[in-house]
Write a protein that binds this ligand. Structure first.
Ligand SMILES: Nc1ncnc2c1ncn2[C@@H]1O[C@H](COP(=O)(O)OP(=O)(O)OP(=O)(O)O)[C@@H](O)[C@H]1O
Length: 482
């Protein structure tokens, strides 16, 4: 498997693990990289023995579960120590203000204790790299941003056009046009992507700016820790020197009183100074529960945009774009097949493509719709039987054979009607859990033996007649797309 594909698979696995792991545990995987993926196993690189032992003893099952969830089959996961090359020159950190020096020295002293850099702890488990450190964000620092989330990689369609245009305007004139800028929408629809795209664009245009992206969880944890460690002032200094502050998923501030209080103060300090604030949530401000009114009204004081689930055309465009970025060649009918099946979450849409490509590569077959159906079978196990209804089957079969649904219920025995009726009965048994008598009932009150006869007849003919086999396959595909 190519390195880019392998990396894409690993990112899906990390996303899966994130659902289970606390943020502090997840940090252990920051420097882990995929080395190889074969039928025998998945090999990952780690920086040193310490990290290897810690991950193996604490998180191996979680990694293996995530691997099988993404790839659809069990793989043995192992780790290989690959020490990272040390940079030749220490990156110089130029800080002048007194407060910043304090923060910088605090941050560098923590770095020395970083187990990933090879220091040893005696009886204690090594602490993971701590990004939540209270250092002042340096101008041009991109470390909180994902470089892949840019406007260039964001596909627009009717569902997100407005949010995208507003985000571009904010990125071009931070603090000047829409402040705060509030985006809301369902899970995996691109809110985080757009936030990072704004951050990346701002830093491209203004490398001197201080840009910070944090999740609400990070923000809350930082506040709690700052209070516990008596560093609330440092926390304030950090946040109030930012030019563009982005806080993701603010619905999680719900009910957290002291976090809301601190956030309110941060918000005001930044807003008054015309610094840009960007927020996201899964719902509009007025629907976020247990949110102080004064915060709610601040959020409503800027521009609020929503992102909807993408239409089919946009979903196909997103998949095409991803295939292009991952350097994989995927036929259009396969993209269509996936886009038809997953219609509400772009993360899942992309995950399905990654899984399909990985699966095809592992079984060494070209990516065809058959391979896709097989690859996605376990990821969406309920998609087959659960959603298929007898009505849908009758509708599709009647449309295909150009007869009326009533004909399927009628007593007519001419072949042009009896044959499609038998096929429809066959499909009802094959694709649903409905009992034979119930199916019989649904076809104009027929006996269950009639259904059984139809099923056996079509099953046999399907085996012998390639043309009929193809018709039934096409019918099943259409039914499952409904
Ligand atoms: N319009 C788009 N074009 C290209 N990729 C997209 C688009 N929308 C979303 N994605 C991709 O889908 C994935 C999920 O998007 P993102 O994390 O931004 O969603 P979200 O709305 O922030 O979700 P959550 O509510 O879970 O935080 C990301 O990999 C992102 O790059």
């Amino acid at each position: 498997m190519e390195q880019t594909q392998l990396q894409a698979v690993w990112e899906q696995i990390l996303t899966k693990m994130k659902e289970t792991l606390a943020e502090s545990a997840f940090k252990w995987f920051k420097s882990v990289k995929p080395l190889s993926l074969t039928d025998d196993g998945f090999v990952l690189s780690v920086q040193n023995d310490l990290v290897k032992d810690w991950i193996t003893s604490h998180y191996l099952t979680i990694v293996e579960d995530a691997v099988s969830a993404v790839l659809g089959s069990k793989h043995k996961v192992s780790f290989q120590v690959v020490p990272e090359a040390q940079p030749e020159v220490e990156p110089a950190k130029k800080e002048t203000a007194g407060e910043e020096e304090t923060a910088a020295s605090h941050s560098s002293s923590r770095k020395k204790e970083d187990p990933n850099q090879g220091s040893l702890f005696q009886d204690q488990p090594p602490a993971p790299v701590d990004n939540g450190d209270m250092h002042i964000v340096a101008p041009g620092d991109r470390s909180s941003l994902n470089p892949k989330y840019t406007f260039e990689t964001f596909v627009t369609g009717s569902s997100n056009r407005f949010a995208h245009a507003a985000a571009m305007a904010v990125a071009e004139s931070p603090g000047k046009v829409y402040n705060p800028f509030f985006m809301y929408g369902g899970v995996g629809l691109g809110k985080t992507h757009l936030m990072h795209a704004i951050g990346n664009r701002v830093l491209q245009n203004h490398p001197e700016m201080r840009v910070l992206y944090v999740s609400s969880e990070q923000f809350t944890n930082e506040i709690i820790r700052a209070i516990q460690e008596g560093k609330a002032e440092l926390f304030r200094q950090k946040y109030r020197t930012i030019d563009v502050l982005m806080v993701d998923d603010i619905q999680f501030l719900s009910g957290k009183q002291s976090t809301q209080e601190e956030f309110f103060n941060t918000f005001n300090a930044l807003h008054v100074a015309d610094k840009q604030i960007i927020l996201s949530s899964d719902r509009p401000p007025r629907e976020v529960q247990k949110l102080e009114d004064r915060l709610r009204s601040r959020f409503e004081g800027g521009l609020i945009t929503d992102i909807q689930a993408p239409d089919l055309e946009t979903r196909i465009a997103i998949l095409k774009n991803k295939a292009l970025l991952d350097h994989v060649d995927v036929p259009n009918d396969v993209l269509m097949f996936i886009a038809n099946r997953i219609d509400s979450n772009i993360r899942e849409l992309e995950g399905a493509l990654t899984r399909v490509v990985a699966y095809a590569s592992l079984i060494k077959k070209p990516v065809t719709t058959d391979v896709v159906a097989e690859a996605l079978k376990d990821v969406f196990p309920n998609n087959h039987k659960k959603e298929v209804t007898l009505e849908v089957i009758q509708e599709i079969v009647a449309t295909y054979f150009k007869i009326r649904i009533e004909d399927l219920h009628s007593k007519k025995r001419t072949r042009s009607i009896a044959f499609p009726r038998q096929i429809a009965m066959y499909l009802c048994r094959e694709l649903t859990d409905t009992s034979l008598p119930q199916i019989g009932n649904f076809f104009g009150g027929r006996d269950h033996t009639t259904v059984l006869h139809a099923y056996d007849k079509i099953a046999k003919e399907r085996e012998e007649n390639a043309k009929l086999h193809k018709i039934i396959k096409d019918l099943i595909e259409s039914i499952q797309k409904m």
